[in-house]
Design a protein around this ligand. Structure first.
Ligand SMILES: [Fe+2]
Length: 358
């Protein structure tokens, strides 16, 4: 049999996906964090892996799924593509949400080497994921699985034992080795429009945001990280900034189509940072869906226009999925670049026909 004969769709999928293989699993597993710092990796969307100086590994919103994979929307259930889908409720129509996944899966959930806590902010499909949940639970059954009520309820329906779930609400504090996880309010208005109530919402009061979505402040000995989930800008953001020392924060940024506000604009990203009084703000989520694609240069340009007048004390950081960020080492960098390699270039004589090739 030849390679051509042996190659099938299944063999292609097995040999190509996930595109990054174990690259990031190895990098995170082998990283030792310098005392006085903490390290983070961006897994895509709002997926963040955090590692403390004492080797505590915490993952938030470990999503390894995908979006639309067919243009035939007629087969989608009402809560995903029909009138009960939250964005259709918001815009008052039944428009298409053409959200194909834009980024590769950079971390293999089945090859994770060590983990101390698995956190989810809210019960949207791009934040909680049965694949990563199953992979992590089977390998690390004793770690805490932490989320608000709607998240843990979904996990139990998927088969996670109830005793493994830690249901949290704003005000709760959970200790995970050398880290302290402070549960804070979410300001994700979209999640309030999400099922379960079918049909007419007018005249009904939604149940509490706290049951559906939370933000997390993860305090490490080397600094703190604020995970805002899919929160929008809120005036209450300043309360979080005044009550907590926040070093690094992420903000869900994206380009909204007319009639819809699901992601924050560049202006709101900067307002969130100013109100959180953080040192670094990192826009995320704009890279996830094709239909929300946004240009992060907007954040940079707006920041440079405002920084002196408004006396900003933070900096924006434009990251890349799969990239590493260390606080405080990278706090002034503003832009991420992957390892470029070839550090030993020209230390030996090149092996070429003539130097004129060079
Ligand atoms: Fe999201």
């Amino acid at each position: 049999m030849s390679l051509i004969d042996d190659t099938t769709r299944e063999s292609w999928i097995q040999s190509v996906f996930p595109e990054w293989g174990e690259w990031l699993n190895e990098e995170i597993g082998e990283t030792r964090v310098t005392p006085g710092t903490f390290a983070m990796w961006w897994l895509g969307c709002t997926g963040i892996w955090l590692k403390s100086e004492n080797n505590t590994d915490i993952v938030v919103d470990f999503w390894v799924g995908r979006g639309k994979v067919t243009q035939d929307f007629s087969k989608l259930p009402p809560h995903l593509g029909g009138p009960d889908f939250q964005l259709n409720r918001m815009v008052g129509g039944r428009q298409r949400f053409p959200n194909t996944r834009m980024i590769p899966v950079v971390m293999d959930p089945f090859k994770v080497r060590k983990l101390d806590a698995y956190l989810v902010t809210h019960n949207h499909r791009d934040h909680m994921d049965p694949n990563s949940l199953a992979a992590i639970y089977h390998k690390f059954p004793d770690i805490p699985f932490i989320g608000p009520e709607y998240v843990t309820k979904q996990w139990i329906e998927w088969g996670l034992p109830k005793e493994r779930c830690t249901t949290v609400k704003p005000g709760d504090v959970i200790k995970v080795k050398d880290c302290e996880i402070v549960v804070l309010d979410s300001f994700d208005r979209t999640v309030l429009l999400t099922a379960p109530r079918d049909g007419e919402l007018k005249g009904h009061c939604p149940d509490d945001m706290d049951r559906r979505s939370v933000n997390y402040l993860i305090k490490t000995p080397g600094g703190s990280f604020y995970h805002s989930g899919d929160s929008h800008f809120s005036n209450y953001t300043l309360r979080h900034g005044k009550q907590h020392q926040i070093d690094v924060a992420i903000a869900s940024f994206g380009e909204n189509p007319p009639g819809l506000t699901d992601k924050m604009t560049s202006s709101d990203v900067l307002r969130m940072a100013e109100n959180l009084r953080c040192k670094v703000i990192i826009p995320v989520h704009y890279e996830t869906w094709s239909c929300f694609m946004a240009d992060t240069r907007e954040v940079d340009v707006l920041y440079d226009m405002r920084r002196d007048r408004l006396k900003y004390e933070f900096k924006p950081y434009i990251w890349q999925v799969g990239g590493k960020f260390v606080y405080p080492d990278n706090k002034d960098d503003r832009h991420f670049m992957f390892e470029r390699g070839f550090e030993h270039a020209m230390e030996e004589e090149p092996n070429v026909y003539f130097k004129s090739f060079l």
